[in-house]
Design a protein around this ligand. Structure first.
Ligand code: SF4
Ligand code: MG
Length: 283
């Protein structure tokens, strides 16, 4: 019988009511179901932050890594387990701060996996500090007079680093978000979905209403061709990254195609809820 949301849903313990991350996690789970994946065919590798809890709250294979280190682990999981669909998840501080070096290299390496970043433009878990994507001038406990640093622009960074699939979604549009995550998971290479996922407790500027008012849906822009990188740069810069939809998509051989001996037939994993564990089988 095909998996349902009930099979994927674990217990959520610490997210605040209304947090955007609920929608992102549901989007990942629904996308997996739409792709016909059973929970034991999905691995979620997460970093540290409120966003990092997705690997605990989803009943699939999971690995809760260190701050900023989800991408090296996720790439290793994919290369060691060709039959597994791998999704890394994390936040803006995790992915574009301490993990930014990993991000740029994962993008150009093009391992077949998806990176979902829950971008709330603040550090939520540690109670509201300015993050790498907080806008210049943003006031918080760590920048009471307003941040003097220009913010990291995730879409510009991803385009420059060479990601072969770049999309941007919004927690307030769960249907669109699910569809973009699904397309990212189907893309045969490194795919980024940057999701504006409001922190309702600590960020009173970048709220659901803020994103509803400011985002432009690229699918409604006449003549937009996501395979045209120049067009992608133009839209991203003209609208200062306030876009929704597929920003850029490129057909390019994934990293494993350059590896001699990489298994042609995906390695299958058993359902550990009913079968012997993978470790038992290996040892
Ligand atoms: Fe979500 Fe912010 Fe609460 Fe963390 S602190 S769970 S990001 S609303
Ligand atoms: Mg954050």
């Amino acid at each position: 019988m095909a998996a349902t949301l009930k099979d994927y849903r674990g217990d959520v313990s610490t997210w605040c009511p209304g947090c955007g991350h609920f929608s992102v996690m549901a989007g990942i789970q629904k996308a997996a179901i739409n792709l016909g994946l059973e929970p034991h065919q999905l691995a979620i590798v997460s970093g540290i932050g409120c966003s990092g809890k997705v690997s605990e709250y989803t009943r699939s294979y999971g690995f809760h890594t260190l701050h900023g280190r989800s991408l090296p682990v996720a790439q290793a999981v994919k290369l060691a387990s060709s039959g597994m669909k791998v999704v890394a998840s994390g936040g803006d501080g995790d992915g574009y701060g301490i993990g930014a070096g990993h991000f740029t290299h994962a993008a150009r390496r093009n391992v077949d996996m998806t990176y979902v970043v829950m971008d709330n433009r603040i550090y939520g878990l540690t109670k509201g500090q300015t993050s790498p994507t907080s806008s210049q001038g943003f006031k918080s406990k760590t920048s009471p007079e307003g941040s003097g640093e220009r913010e990291v622009k995730p879409l510009e960074l991803a385009l420059g680093a060479g990601a072969s699939f770049i999309a941007q979604a919004f927690s307030g549009d769960i249907k669109g978000l699910t569809d973009l995550i699904q397309q990212a998971m189907e893309h045969p290479g490194f795919s980024l979905v940057n999701v504006f996922s409001p922190c309702v407790t600590f960020n009173k500027v970048n709220t659901y209403d803020f994103f509803k008012e400011n985002l432009i849906d690229l699918s409604q822009v006449e003549g937009y061709d996501p395979s045209d990188k120049a067009q992608a740069y133009t839209q991203v810069i003209e609208h200062d990254g306030n876009l929704q939809g597929i920003i850029y998509k490129q057909e390019r051989p994934a990293y494993h195609t350059f590896l001699d001996g990489y298994p042609e037939t995906p390695i299958a994993f058993n359902d550990v809820s009913t079968e012997k564990s993978v470790l038992d089988q290996l040892w």
